[in-house]
Write a protein that binds this ligand. Sequence first.
Ligand SMILES: [Zn+2]
Length: 166
Amino acid sequence: MTITSRSESTIFVFDEYVQSSIGLKEFIENSQKALETQYLKEVKADYDTEQLERRLVLHSSLEMHASEIYTEEMFKRFQKELMKSTCYIVNSVKNNGTYMSKLYLVEKVTLPENCSRKYRVTVFMYEKIEYSCKKFEHSGMICKHIIRYLDKKQKIKIPESVIMGR
Ligand SMILES: [Zn+2]
């Protein structure tokens, strides 16, 4: 018995259950079993996606990446920083004296101009990042300033240099 007009994955599933030289009744039973298995796999995949979607707050690529690399607790801490990062702005500083690095100032927009503290994020060639708040060194968690910078640069992944234990 050959199944021609099916997708490769379906053929694979049928192969698991359909051996050669079996009776028609058995074939139908096995086919049903294969379809049920396929159905359950799809239900599980849908469920997993739904669970992930529910955990995300901004649904950005960075957050998606964070959910893949962090433990549950670390991911919750990341989300707090992510939410805080949304009230910051990033400005690049022109002519900061070196062609090896680029300087950015990250400041909170919800504060009056004279109260706002500016944080420096310096990005060196080869993606090495330095930042003035040093949160990552102290807590192992990427800070809102870098998250804001990464977001502005439309980065879709958290750089290895600011992931603990890498
Ligand atoms: Zn910071």
